[in-house]
Design a protein around this ligand. Structure first.
Ligand SMILES: [Mn+2]
Length: 299
């Protein structure tokens, strides 16, 4: 992996002992329902990250101020032996086994389709009894199954909701598509809230959660953002979040005061670079990953 491209300024996996955060790629799109290409997300993101600066003027902070590593990609051909009754479940169990063997660093996972978020969020739920999941997406992803498969990018938040304890919360932002049953399920669960798709409500919620010293996990499906800003995604949905609002919300996680752990992990999924010949999608996503890194390592 030493000659492979790495995310902007990241050290190699061998430098993990001195690092404060890490990225890991999960180049999987076997569970998509419409158009593929998310398996190419991690590599395209790493290459595109070279075109942005390490310094973020909005936060007045730089990735140069701390060390972080790019651990490369997880092995998709290594399912956990005997675990899982469907292909999707075997995949997430195999990813979880690899995740548990990684260096113990705050992580950003780069997808891949949204199913790859499962093991990362599952582990965060287990580690943090009051975890606050911020779910940015166009889609509810709360389906019971997709063509008989309970573990799919259209069901992943449904499976995670089943793992949530009484003090976990799911804050959804940017959602504008789903079955009526998914909306009803979300409305019936007091642990789930659907925030209006503007900056003020999510920014206020983030400030409040951090003021209460609660741990935050961000699962960011890039199709939550408007296709005008990020066309390179498999299931685009019109009338989405503005890029600047999403960057500002993530910036709020980096900046708002807290005595708690703040952001404890994140994943960024559904970037499908081949669907955007202009290449702007992966540059936009690189900006969001930069902000997430700055949130993961608070100043
Ligand atoms: Mn989505």
């Amino acid at each position: 992996m030493s000659d492979a491209p790495k995310f902007l300024g990241a050290g190699p996996a061998a430098a993990a002992d001195d690092a404060r955060a890490a990225l890991v790629g999960v180049p999987y799109d076997g569970a998509v329902t419409y158009r593929g290409g998310a398996s190419e997300g991690p590599e395209a993101l790493r290459l595109a990250s070279d075109s942005i600066e390490t310094y973020c003027p909005k936060l007045d902070r730089s990735l140069d101020d701390f060390s972080y590593v790019d651990l490369g990609d997880l092995d998709l051909s290594a399912p956990a032996a005997g675990a899982g009754s469907t292909p999707g479940e075997r995949l997430v169990r195999g990813l979880r086994a690899q995740l548990d063997a990684l260096p113990a660093l705050p992580l950003i996972a780069i997808g891949g389709d949204h199913l790859v978020a499962y093991p990362f969020v599952e582990r965060a739920l287990e580690q943090h009894p009051q975890l606050q999941i911020i779910h940015v997406d166009a889609h509810m992803d709360l389906r019971e199954a997709w063509e008989g498969e309970p573990y799919n990018h259209a069901t992943v938040l449904g499976r995670l909701r089943e793992r949530m304890g009484p003090d976990h919360r799911l804050h959804q932002w940017g959602i504008r598509s789903g079955e009526r049953a998914e909306y009803q399920l979300a409305a019936s669960d007091p642990r789930v809230e659907l925030l209006a798709p503007t900056l003020a409500p999510i920014a206020a919620r983030i400030r409040e959660l951090l003021a209460r010293d609660l741990p935050i996990y961000v699962t960011l499906d890039v199709d939550g953002i408007d296709p005008a800003d990020i066309p390179g995604t498999g299931t685009p949905e019109p009338d989405g979040l503005r890029f600047g609002d999403v960057e500002a919300a993530l910036g709020e996680i980096a900046r708002a005061p807290t005595a708690g752990p703040g952001l404890v992990g994140a994943d960024v999924v559904e970037l499908a670079p081949r669907l955007d010949p202009s290449g702007r999608s992966q540059v936009a996503v690189a900006r969001l990953v930069r902000t997430l890194l700055l949130a993961l390592v608070r100043s």
